[in-house]
Design a protein around this ligand. Structure first.
Ligand SMILES: Nc1ncnc2c1ncn2[C@@H]1O[C@H](COP(=O)(O)OP(=O)(O)OP(=O)(O)O)[C@@H](O)[C@H]1O
Ligand SMILES: [Mg+2]
Length: 328
């Protein structure tokens, strides 16, 4: 079973939270952009909890048509419909003793939301065509790419249901807020590809790593996983350099053409927008500084009042070399 890897402070905090939530048997709401690891987090909570020997049942709320929601969740009794030959358990029955993972919970229709709310009020449900109520002991973990709070304010999600789901809350940070994890995950995924394909081990070149670090990762960890696979396939030798990366993913062709999100994008959260503004400032400052110092790092360190080592690290982070600034 995959584990949530990462050494950034943010992901360490998430892992600690997962462990705490595993020991606390109530609903959890997980929010995070696509590919940040919401399902992985839900599985980790389940498998670290006392429910680990019972099923983990994922449900994609967006994929259930309105007319079938009760049937899917609660199941049906024999003779519920003309063609219902036998009783069929619902997803809630399958999750007995375990965890029901409601993915994309924000996509539930009004009817779906009412159905779920009614169930969560007393954990009782009635299979379609059955008079007798049953009680479920499944733990509910819900996940969404959207902010449920914002959906509530916009009138698209019931406030009472939001409260019910949000007993414990977990936010998965986007990958662009976890610089410390990019190289680690990139190395892990390339290693995993080699094992999966029984191919030779490969490593990322320094130029490719810099480019990965500068990228905005709109598809987060899943996107990195996919790019690692493609870059592995595109490289002949043991090193995956920027050229192979660019061949695998055109977004990396031309270091200046990174699809970094602009800090002014309204859907970017405050901390992400701040992080981007800081990065842009650092990049512009360092470029100007290196121009003034004619590519001499020691001189640049003196001019800017920073330590040489610290400056070297910053230059590396932004992929700024000294060569273009040296006098010809
Ligand atoms: N920290 C991590 N360490 C290792 N693998 C990870 C990590 N985070 C995510 N992954 C992997 O990335 C992929 C996407 O994760 P997951 O499906 O949990 O994301 P998600 O948030 O549910 O995405 P979506 O919103 O698109 O459904 C999975 O293959 C998962 O195993
Ligand atoms: Mg998911």
């Amino acid at each position: 079973m995959p584990v949530m890897l990462g050494q950034s402070k943010a992901i360490q905090a998430v892992r600690a939270q997962l462990q705490r939530y595993a020991g606390c048997d109530v609903q959890v709401l997980i929010e995070g952009e696509t590919g940040t690891g919401k399902e992985l987090a839900a599985r980790e909570i389940h498998y670290a909890s006392a429910r680990r020997d019972h099923p983990f049942v994922p449900v994609n709320c967006g994929a259930i048509p309105d007319s079938l929601i009760e049937n899917e969740l609660f199941g049906h009794d024999r003779g519920a419909f003309t063609d219902a030959k036998g009783a069929q358990p619902g997803l809630i029955d399958h999750a007995r003793g375990g965890t029901l993972f409601l993915d994309e919970v924000d996509t539930l229709s009004d009817k779906g939301q009412v159905t779920l709310l009614r169930f969560l009020q007393d954990n009782e449900y009635r299979p379609v065509g059955c008079g007798a109520a049953r009680v479920s002991d499944a733990r509910i973990i819900a996940a969404t790419n959207a902010s449920l709070e914002r959906q509530v304010v916009a009138g698209r999600f019931r406030r009472d249901l939001h409260y019910r789901l949000n007993a414990l809350y977990l936010r998965l940070p986007p990958l662009r807020e976890r610089d410390d994890d990019v190289a680690l995950l990139a190395g892990h995924f390339v290693g995993a590809v080699a094992v999966r394909l029984r191919g030779p081990a490969k490593q990322w070149g320094e130029d490719a790593l810099q480019a990965l670090l500068a990228y905005a990762w709109p598809g987060n960890v899943r996107e990195l996983d996919n790019i690692a696979l493609r870059a592995y396939m595109c490289s002949e030798g043991p090193i995956i350099g920027l050229a192979e990366l660019a061949a695998a993913e055109p977004a990396f062709a031309g270091a200046g053409a990174m699809p970094r999100r602009r800090a002014s994008e309204p859907d970017l959260g405050f901390s992400a927008a701040k992080l981007h503004a800081i990065r842009k400032f650092e990049h512009d400052y360092l470029t100007h500084l290196m121009q003034q110092a004619c590519g001499n790092i020691s001189a640049a360190a003196r001019l800017s009042g920073t330590e040489r080592r610290q400056l070297g690290k910053l230059l590396l982070k932004h992929g700024i070399g000294t060569k273009p600034f040296r006098p010809r």
